[in-house]
Design a protein around this ligand. Sequence first.
Ligand SMILES: [Zn+2]
Length: 261
Amino acid sequence: MKFVSPLARALPVAALSALLLSACSNTGNSVSAANAEGLMSAGKSVAQAATLSDAEVMQLSDKSCAELDSQSKIAAPKSKSALRLAKITKSMPKDVNGVAINYKVYETKDVNAWAMNNGCVRVYSGLMNLMTDDEIRGVVGHEIGHVALGHSKKSMQVAYAAGAARQVAAVSGNSAVAALSSSDIGAIAEKLVNAQFSQAQESDADDYSFDLLTAAKLKREGLISAFEKLAKLGDSNSMLSSHPSSSGRAQHIRDRIAAKK
Ligand SMILES: [Zn+2]
């Protein structure tokens, strides 16, 4: 789910600067004459590097999550918000695609939540303060859906391929992911957190969450009111206009409850 906060809107520029800076410094420092041959074939290497293996996706997820954790205020395990999330997610999945899920709260007024392939699920306190337990379960199920359905992996491929650093990584001959600097990882992580999924992906993640809640015998109505609350946040603080409208998504869930399937 994509929620735009003032902070998130400011980040693309910073992320781009970080990428450009790292590309410049790496070109000056790391690519020596000995790498000239590598440089000549960089075009081919870059094309290969743009496709990450499952192991690399996991590695990059680990690094991205660790980078964002280090930049964020994580709620202490005994804090009110951490205890609340633990209670909320008690009946939620313990793993996604066979990978154990690790739930944590970021203390921030931003309204956001996301999941990564390594099982890293983060819910922002700004979203928790806005929503009921049922609504948060609906949102968390949606985010897990993006991972389970392969959307997050695709999004990571795009974020990675967009980074100038991959060229240097490819030329240096090192494992592409291992060669990324922390600023590169930070830029990729921001792209992941603010990933723009397609309308079809958003709808599929909604259905995934609905099915998850149904299977766990949890209330599905929270998914409806979560969309309605997001709609009220308005254009400047809600999902992008290219996404299915929040009211349309809420109606789809109402229809599914009415159809009992
Ligand atoms: Zn989404």
